[in-house]
Write a protein that binds this ligand. Structure first.
Ligand code: NAG
Ligand code: NAG
Ligand code: NAG
Length: 318
């Protein structure tokens, strides 16, 4: 696979108007017991809990997706470690309780198999140091997808959960995610997820160019903890809630919002929106560029999603 240039993606959902507020809740289920397997599930999803010991997986309470140990995905290198109990909170995803660390070797890879060549995939890796090695020194290391530099993982604090995400066209029936030791500590990983996308969505993604996620925001949420992902988002994109305050106010509807076919933003995301309190003012958005050592001046694309949530008079447009 040749080196792929990355564009950074800012994904925002905006809308206008409002009706009654609606809150989405997730049901939870008792954890199940699943056998380890290195195959995509019936959705084509691969969900790996790195460093999980034993052969058995479990069902994640929030998404009801099955997570599996990483034994079938690595070449056997690395060691399973638990994060320190000091960092295990009720709200913490179980997928972050353990890590696989790679004290030996300059490069260690995970191989995700049984993919469809030429299809677009979302790949997400999560890292939480949690002082698993009792050194109180989070490492800095590089992450590659195939031969492409993906991200320099640099987690400043043990409690910080770092998630990195890419959308790319995978040319083969497998893809490798590799951790590169750059001499600044032992690389580790907490969780690795792969989600297939349709060929038609994210037209910016081609064989020659991938997207790296900067932010994916769901405006107008009333509950700052209401993260929307699978099953509301069939592709399991994670939408970070932002509650309106100050010069903005939230609006929402309980009516179904038909998703557009290019991005398939879930109804639950499009049902909430923000608008300025003062109808004469606009909405102003900003972000800080995140230069990487190999990409000192990254290019960004911003995708905004709008839906009209209010019934407007026949002679009014917005
Ligand atoms: C991690 O924690 C689990 C459950 O508490 C325990 O069974 C296991 O032995 C621990 N693993 C290590 C490497 O300490
Ligand atoms: C990691 O981040 C810290 C601050 O967040 C910075 O000072 C340091 O230079 C970074 N390390 C590397 C190797 O990029
Ligand atoms: C609303 O914004 C307009 C234009 O910026 C300004 O002239 C007006 O004073 C604002 N109204 C209120 C109530 O703040």
């Amino acid at each position: 696979m040749a080196a792929t240039p990355w564009l950074l993606l800012l994904c925002l959902s905006l809308a206008a108007g409002g009706a009654e507020p609606g809150i989405l809740t997730w049901a939870s289920s008792a954890p199940g017991v699943l056998q380890a397997r290195a195959q995509p599930d019936s959705n084509g999803f691969i969900s790996i809990d790195c460093g999980l010991q034993g052969e058995e997986g479990y069902v994640d309470t929030a998404t009801k997706l099955s997570y599996y140990p990483d034994t079938g995905f690595t070449d056997g290198a690395g060691t399973c470690r638990n994060i320190s109990a000091d960092y295990i909170m009720p709200s913490l995803c179980k997928c972050l309780y353990t890590v696989r660390s790679f004290p030996a070797g300059a490069e260690n890879c995970y191989t995700l198999r049984s993919l469809v060549p030429g299809l677009k995939y979302l790949i997400r890796a999560k890292f939480m140091y949690g002082n698993y090695d009792a050194l109180r020194r989070p490492p800095v290391f590089d992450l590659h997808i195939g031969v492409n530099h993906w991200h320099t993982v640099n987690i400043s604090k043990p409690h910080v959960e770092k998630s990195v995400e890419a959308i790319l066209l995978v040319p083969d029936d497998f893809v490798q995610v590799c951790l590169i030791n750059t001499g600044a500590g032992t690389p580790f990983m907490s969780s690795l997820e792969l989600r297939p996308l349709k060929k038609t969505i994210y037209p910016q993604v081609t064989a020659a160019q991938g997207l790296l996620l900067s932010e994916r925001i769901n405006f107008g949420q009333i509950d700052e903890n209401n993260v929307i992902r699978y099953p509301d988002d069939t592709h399991d994109r994670i939408w970070t809630p932002v509650v309106s305050s100050g010069t903005y106010t939230g609006v929402s509807t309980t009516s179904k919002v038909i998703p557009d076919s290019l991005f398939e933003v879930p109804t639950a995301v499009m049902q909430t929106a923000m608008k300025p309190r003062n109808v004469s003012s606009g909405i102003s958005l900003s972000w800080d560029p995140e230069p990487q050592p190999n990409n000192p001046s990254p290019g960004y694309i911003i995708i905004m999603h709008f839906s009209e949530l209010e019934f407007l008079l026949f002679n009014v447009t917005r």
